[in-house]
Design a protein around this ligand. Structure first.
Ligand code: F6P
Length: 326
């Protein structure tokens, strides 16, 4: 296959940014589809950082055996400030040439996509992106690899917290991941039947919340679960404030990185597999610079440079439903 005057012989795969369950399924799908199509395949360890350190290993059919069900990523992942600079990209480009890598599949979030888009812009280097982040905050896809598992993991934890909250008649603040995105918090709040949800995208009013707690208590309510996205406030501070303002015993739990690990759900494995195969099919067609996503259950392509951070489109609806059903 000819590309920019060069035959494509070798594809490399890397994961970048925060890991998410299902990344391994994507690696497997990309590697096996590429190998079966006659390409050589390299895995780049530790994302762009590993690329700059030349941590590059050949992958074969067996390298990706039995990983579809495993959380994390066999290639490991990292955040890499050096690659964010153009000097870092120049170094990366030279290393890609040195290892005869003709195309790169990047699994990551919007920062990872931005880096890939710039590599294409600067050097015309063939890149394809797969959406890998639990935050589900990328344009060009209804769902990112990992978000479904993360929501289920958080729900499982909150169901357990609900038991103790109800038995001891307490308020629980549950802090979930999402620095800039309230996606996980809103999904989890709706799915867990939480009493309230605090997200970075919405202004939050302590007075209103504490008034509702007091009014609910008068009507016989004895326990509350309030979900907060990490970027909207710290669980312990919110718990202290609520205790001070209402007099009710309040505890907090930070679910943290538990949400990033564990066995990927069927939905994440299948999504990752479909997207991974589609990425290689694009490369075979000589189409590059795209983020491969899913929209209305069909493969959907977006220019990488446009696949930036997006706001959860059901934010207002989910918030309204959480409050409606309290
Ligand atoms: O982007 C995914 C994510 O899990 C965010 O929800 C969270 O804010 C961030 O990564 C945490 O990053 P780190 O693992 O580097 O602390």
């Amino acid at each position: 296959m000819e590309l920019f005057g060069n035959p494509i012989k070798k594809i490399a795969i890397l994961c970048s940014g925060g890991d998410g369950p299902g990344m391994n399924a994507a690696i497997r799908a990309v590697a096996r589809t590429a190998l079966m199509s006659g390409f050589q395949v390299d895995g780049i360890m530790r994302g762009y950082a590993g690329l700059l350190n030349e941590e590059i290993i050949p992958l074969n059919h067996r390298s990706v055996s039995n990983i579809i069900s495993r959380g994390g990523t066999i290639l490991k992942t990292a955040r890499c400030p050096e690659f964010a600079t153009d000097a870092g990209k120049e170094k990366a480009y030279q290393i890609l040439k040195k290892y005869n890598i003709d195309a790169l599949v990047i699994i990551g979030g919007d920062g990872s996509y931005r880096g890939a888009a710039r590599l294409l812009e600067l050097y015309n280097f063939p890149v394809v992106g797969l959406p890998g982040t639990i935050d589900n905050d990328l344009n060009g896809t209804d769902q990112t690899i990992g978000c479904h598992t993360a929501v289920n993991t958080a729900l499982d934890a909150i169901d357990k917290i609900r038991d103790t909250a109800h038995s001891m008649e307490r308020i629980f603040i549950v802090e979930v991941m999402g620095n800039k995105s309230g996606y996980i918090a809103l999904e989890v709040a709706l799915g867990a039947g939480a009493e309230d949800v605090i997200v970075p995208e919405r202004k939050f009013d302590y007075e209103r919340m504490c008034r509702e707690v007091r009014e609910g208590h008068k009507k016989g309510k004895i326990s509350w679960v309030i979900v907060v996205a990490e970027g909207a406030g710290k669980g312990h501070e919110i718990a202290n404030t609520i205790t001070t303002m209402t007099g009710f015993e309040t505890r907090f739990v930070v679910l943290g990185h538990i949400q990033r690990g564990g066995t990927p759900t069927g939905q994440d494995r299948i999504l990752a597999t479909r997207l991974g195969v589609a990425a290689v099919e694009l490369i075979k067609k000589g189409t590059f610079g795209k983020a491969v996503g899913i929209a209305q259950d069909e493969i959907f392509l977006t220019d990488l440079k446009d696949a930036t951070r997006k706001e959860f489109k059901h934010l207002d609806e989910y918030y309204r439903l959480v409050k409606l059903l309290t």
